[in-house]
Design a protein around this ligand. Structure first.
Ligand SMILES: Nc1ncnc2c1ncn2[C@@H]1O[C@H](COP(=O)(O)OP(=O)(O)OP(=O)(O)O)[C@@H](O)[C@H]1O
Length: 259
């Protein structure tokens, strides 16, 4: 029934329990689906449970209620189809960039010549072909995050989960990374769940923007973004774009802390 969806989040809830037995229900009754190849942005107030949602979808932690299906299969069976990118690139400083990209395949015993060639292809795709033998400390923050994205893509995931991946970057680098990720997504065809604090970024990148309300986290709006692809700078200044950002701001209510 759910086979047509890349992800089905069915009535998912998550309650954390402290050692003293105190309960904190962070997510409640989350229900949404992502069609294959779609780019879905997720926004919400700080603490509304966005990271918890991504960790639950990735299989890093289990929901306390409901179920998550990846391409129609329980998450545990589809785990190899999923890759995650975090705010911090977390590259191993003693390995060069190519070896960092190859790490997930090494863990699976799949570091083949073909894998190495694909890792190089990815580094070239993000403009870092000439830095394959360099180390992360020789790269800028934006370059390091590009390496982390290559590392996520090297296992050819069907589903890419990104948790505020550009949050630590300056505004100009962030802009260029937005173009980069749009291009990568269109080249690879994977489905993306993208958490961000930036409403303009969410709108510019997303086919949809899911707005998570807090205490407990639940979906308060799911807005299709009907802007043409590929998107350019001009789309950020269009009346439609402003309309979407205002609509999302009004759903979130107080926009303090959300750029
Ligand atoms: N492992 C955990 N154990 C207990 N509570 C947790 C855990 N992880 C998160 N929480 C709590 O869950 C709530 C939601 O946190 P989460 O990090 O998912 O929110 P967020 O929307 O991603 O926040 P931000 O936008 O600030 O990154 C917070 O109250 C947090 O303290």
């Amino acid at each position: 029934m759910n086979n047509e969806y890349a992800i089905s989040v069915n009535n998912v809830g998550k309650t954390y329990r402290s050692r003293r037995g105190q309960e904190n229900t962070v997510l409640e009754g989350l229900d949404f689906h992502v069609e294959p190849g779609r780019f879905v942005s997720i926004v919400g107030q700080s603490g509304s449970g966005k990271t918890t949602l991504l960790k639950t979808v990735s299989g890093l932690q289990e929901p306390t209620e409901g179920e998550i299906l990846v391409h129609g299969r329980p998450i545990q069976e589809g785990i190899e189809d999923i890759a995650m990118v975090f705010q911090s690139p977390v590259l191993l400083p003693w390995r060069n960039n190519l070896d960092n990209v190859l790490l997930p395949l090494e863990f699976r015993g799949a570091r083949t010549d073909e894998a190495r060639a694909y890792a190089m292809e990815l580094l070239e795709m993000v403009g870092l072909g000439g830095k394959a033998k360099n180390y992360s400390y020789e790269l800028s923050g934006g370059m390091q995050q590009r390496v982390a994205i290559c590392r996520a893509l090297v296992s050819r995931p069907k589903l890419l989960l990104m948790d505020e991946p550009f949050g630590a970057l300056d505004a100009m680098t962030r802009d260029s990374m937005n173009f980069e990720i749009q291009r990568i997504w269109q080249t690879t065809g994977c489905s993306v769940l993208f958490v961000t604090h930036s409403i303009p970024e969410a709108v510019w990148l997303g086919d949809r923007v899911v707005v998570v309300g807090d205490r407990p986290g639940r979906i308060i709006a799911d807005i299709p973004i009907d802007l043409p692809r590929p998107r350019g700078k001009e789309h950020r200044y269009s009346a439609d774009f402003s309309g979407y950002t205002s609509e999302i701001e009004s759903h979130i209510g107080v926009v303090a802390g959300i750029s």
